[in-house]
Design a protein around this ligand. Structure first.
Ligand code: ADP
Ligand code: MG
Length: 246
């Protein structure tokens, strides 16, 4: 293992009944890298991220995170998961908690921070995604989708994860709110956060991806630097998909 490889996914398989959803996925992520995953609906992108975040268990293969094969974990699951941030398509904030409480909760419950320390960290994280003090005490329903997603990103950042997984973070947003979330993600990437991002936002991918992996039917059918995958793909399936996106 190279010392700067934070995640090594090797020959990952997952089935639901007799439907094989992941068919031998392998890739590595180095510290500071941003990987973008693109692929049609149903190709297994969310399943892959959910395996990495221990939300589901793969049938075969290994996921070595920070030197530990997390598919074999029997204990410490919540500690490991606290070091892997996850940002969902539908934000997944707690609706009965304010923005600030949403961000502070994991710090208090999982990281065992004191309340005052947790709230200081949470405020800093919210400011870093452009959520200003006037919004801290609002509930998710009182925030726009873009603000909610930025709170969700702040919640991930506050835990100081080694990597953040984003599952189509802007696909539930009204078009005019997409860029405020992408800008936050671009900043994070530039600051050196390690990220895996499932997205069809081509402009974002060109700007920040170190590599694009194109998934189809449980397989990474093409991968490489963003410009070659987007503008000059070799695979016919990828070509057709990109023509529709561009
Ligand atoms: P993507 O995120 O690329 O759209 P998913 O990983 O969500 O793809 O799903 C891949 C396939 O696995 C789909 O056909 C989906 O219906 C199926 N699938 C996902 N989760 C489950 C589940 N819990 N039970 C059964 N089938 C599932
Ligand atoms: Mg999905």
């Amino acid at each position: 293992m190279k010392s700067n490889e934070i995640l090594i996914v090797e020959d990952l398989w997952k089935s639901y009944g007799n439907h094989i959803v992941l068919k031998g996925i392998s890739f590595n992520v180095r510290e500071g890298e941003t990987k973008v995953i693109i692929g049609p609906s149903g190709s297994g992108k969310s399943t892959l991220l959910r395996c990495i975040n221990l939300l589901i268990k793969p049938d075969r293969g290994s996921i070595v995170f920070d030197g530990i094969d997390i598919t074999k974990l029997k204990s410490n699951i919540s500690e490991i998961r606290s070091r892997i941030g996850f940002v969902f398509q539908h934000f997944n904030l707690f609706n009965h908690l304010t923005a600030l409480d949403n961000v502070a909760l994991g710090l208090i419950k999982v990281k065992r921070k004191s309340r005052s320390e947790a709230y200081n960290i949470a405020k800093e994280a919210l400011l870093s995604v452009g959520i200003t003090e006037d919004l801290w005490h609002k509930y998710p329903s009182q925030l726009s989708g873009g603000q909610q997603q930025r709170v969700a990103i702040a919640r991930a950042i506050a835990m100081e994860p080694k990597i953040i997984l984003f599952d189509e973070p802007t696909s539930a947003l009204d078009p005019e709110l997409v860029s405020e979330v992408l800008n936050v993600m671009e900043n994070l990437s530039r600051k050196g956060m390690t990220m895996i991002v499932v997205t069809h936002e081509i402009g974002f991918a060109i700007k920040v991806a170190d590599e694009i992996m194109f998934m189809d039917n449980g397989v990474i059918i093409e991968r490489g630097d963003p410009r070659s995958i987007i503008f000059n793909p070799k695979n016919e399936r990828v070509k057709k998909f990109m023509e529709k996106l561009l």
